[in-house]
Design a protein around this ligand. Structure first.
Ligand SMILES: [Ca+2]
Length: 107
């Protein structure tokens, strides 16, 4: 018995990728606004970028471990274009990553 050959190979590549990985992390307008508020509250000099000292203060104000090595590490990983500061776009991509890992953890 031969299986009928099905040349209509589906182009559904996404099917092979676990749903969570392709989870579209498009933020709603409201989420973006909320993130912008957080960003602005960290950007105390309103430069439009987060500098390392601003990140350190933010982490301090959250009462988190203010290990400056760790913060530098985060800063480096955030600073995609290596200009020494974090733009809103870079900040948002971090939030996206966080959302993805959160959704991975929840399951
Ligand atoms: Ca700034």
């Amino acid at each position: 018995m031969k299986k009928p050959v099905n040349n209509k190979k589906s182009n559904n590549i996404e099917k092979d990728i676990p749903e969570k990985v392709i989870l579209k992390t498009e933020l709603t307008k409201q989420q973006r606004e909320e993130i912008k508020e957080v960003f602005d509250s960290i950007d105390t000099d309103n430069s439009g970028f987060l500098e390392i000292n601003e990140l350190i203060s933010a982490v301090n104000s959250l009462g988190l471990d203010n290990n400056s090595n760790e913060i530098s590490r985060i800063m480096t990983s955030l600073d995609l274009n290596k200009d020494g500061k974090v733009s809103f776009d870079e900040f948002i991509s971090l939030i996206n990553v966080q959302l993805v890992s959160l959704s991975l953890n929840i399951d």
